[in-house]
Design a protein around this ligand. Structure first.
Ligand code: B4P
Length: 189
């Protein structure tokens, strides 16, 4: 059973690789971004709360996000392992997750960081905007804001997991299969 996080800037391949990792390990992928997008599409109350932030590339308020993750972690399918994609995204979410895991009496096995340079990230997001039409990918200001927030909010939380000895860094450049192979090597090791 594996309980893990995948972290990295927008466009680093988190969502793409999560699906593959979860298939290989037989665990469930929980993506905060996907949950927000599904709720926005479905017009739920959570979607209405999140939409303005997601569209602008801002972080959805911690109180909303933490509540949503705690609820999702209580589902039966998460009892046999999970991969959290896109959460936590700042130090305050790390504290909230620590408390959730303590209540569940479980701990994290590994935190996987995907790296890629800014030019590649922007290229990937721009391409996805053409293919999938995600609002936050189509807006240059929103992309810039997401990358900025990664540096100011998310990088310190990654440093926290590094200090706990949980972090494994994987180069996210190259084609999707190559990156998956690198990740699988790291997870086996
Ligand atoms: P996310 O859904 O997490 O969006 P993301 O950072 O862009 O990652 P995603 O997983 O979609 O993309 P990936 O890198 O796989 O968040 C969206 C928004 O939700 C946030 O801005 C925020 O508003 C909100 N949110 C989410 N979590 C939150 C939290 N914890 N707290 C507060 N707010 C939160 O892939 C990008 C593209 O690259 C894809 O098109 C893919 O095909 C391509 N790609 C991947 N790997 C590639 C490779 N090796 N080569 C070429 N292309 C590749």
């Amino acid at each position: 059973m594996t309980r893990m996080l995948i972290v990295g800037p927008a466009g680093s391949g988190k969502g793409t690789q999560s699906t593959r990792i979860c298939q290989a390990l037989g665990i469930v992928a929980i993506s905060t971004g996907d949950i927000f997008r599904a709720n926005i599409k479905g017009g739920t109350e959570l979607g209405r709360e999140a939409q303005q932030y997601v569209d602008a590339g801002e972080l959805v308020p911690d109180s909303v996000t933490n509540r949503m993750v705690e609820d999702r972690l209580s589902w039966d399918d998460a009892a046999s392992g999970f991969l959290l994609d896109g959460y936590p995204r700042n130090l305050s979410q790390v504290s909230a997750l620590d408390e959730m895991l303590e209540r569940l009496d479980v701990s994290l096995d590994v935190v996987l960081e995907l790296t890629a340079d800014r030019e590649e990230l922007i290229q990937r997001l721009t391409k996805r905007a053409e293919i999938e039409g995600r609002e936050d990918d189509a807006d240059e200001d929103a992309i810039r804001r997401r990358l900025e927030l990664f540096d100011t909010e998310t990088a310190p939380m990654i440093a926290e997991y590094e200090s706990r000895g949980l972090l494994r860094r994987v180069d996210g450049l190259g084609d999707i299969d190559e990156v998956t192979a690198r990740i699988m090597d790291v997870l086996k090791g």
